[in-house]
Design a protein around this ligand. Sequence first.
Ligand SMILES: Nc1nc(=O)c2c([nH]1)NC[C@@H]1CN(c3ccc(C(=O)N[C@@H](CCC(=O)O)C(=O)O)cc3)CN21
Ligand SMILES: CC(C)C(=O)C(=O)O
Ligand SMILES: [Mg+2]
Length: 286
Amino acid sequence: MSTTFTIDTSTSRANPTPAPMKRLTVPAIQRRKGQEPLVMLTAYTVRMAQLLDPHCDLLLVGDSLGQVIYGLPSTLAVTLDMMCAHGAAVVRGSYHAVVVIDMPFGTYEPSPEQAFVSAARIMAETGAAAVKMEGGEAMAPTVAFLTARGIPVMGHIGLTPQAVNALGGYGARGRSNAEHAKIIGDARAIADAGAFAIVAEGVIEPLAKAIVAEVSCPVIGIGASADCDGQVLVTEDMLGMFERTARFVKKFDDLAGRISAAVETYAADVRSRTFPGPEQTYQPKD
Ligand SMILES: Nc1nc(=O)c2c([nH]1)NC[C@@H]1CN(c3ccc(C(=O)N[C@@H](CCC(=O)O)C(=O)O)cc3)CN21
Ligand SMILES: CC(C)C(=O)C(=O)O
Ligand SMILES: [Mg+2]
């Protein structure tokens, strides 16, 4: 594991790209509640980060990379090594957005101390500005512990995919009064513990509205209605690059279809010896 230690990501050797604008900060994101909606997308690679960065306030290196990049059945097998490698690439490919890195399942739940060690490694090896962790009331002491020690934390409540086995699937949350009350309590606990923002995933619209009204930090929705203070999607989902997607995904393009068409043309050109043509062929100097 190579350790790329970056302090100022806009001028470090890890990110030699000149910085035409100053990177957004966590406090600037915090102040955005009630202002213009926050724009967040996932990124796992340097090139995607470069393409998304000018348009986004936040880039999330999500543990969804388990499914999207590694073909795993869930996010449960994602490791700190994976998050650090992809996180460092995304920081190198961005100069404007706040980069947030998902803490993998098993690396933060046992204790605030273990969470700090895991988060500190992520911060040191990637140069990201914040970590994200799933969970409600039970994780509030951990959110407070990290926040008090200089690591900004984004919460993630509602449909928390690392708890898929306990939840019994990826269905929408908050349809019963008990579940509604539990998730509101989770939002309040995580916000009171100092989370700078909270992702609310897969919650019914009235619950999303109630969460937004309940906390003073920005609530970033995914499958959580237009009432949130911002939106996030998995980039491959919204680009039409990932085959099985939730109802909350809107496909803004069909990249899978466009890639298939381009590769079909390439294959035909190779087989017909149309490619490479004269422009792609070296000749001796005269
Ligand atoms: N590519 C991708 N996109 C995501 O949004 C995502 C990941 N991966 N991996 C981690 C989690 C898993 N997520 C998921 C996965 C599946 C559904 C889904 O299929 N939902 C169904 C309802 C399922 C049910 O009712 O049981 C839907 O139709 O919306 C939702 C969120 C969200 N996250
Ligand atoms: C879907 C977002 C919120 C996420 O946690 C991820 O990409 O892992
Ligand atoms: Mg995640």
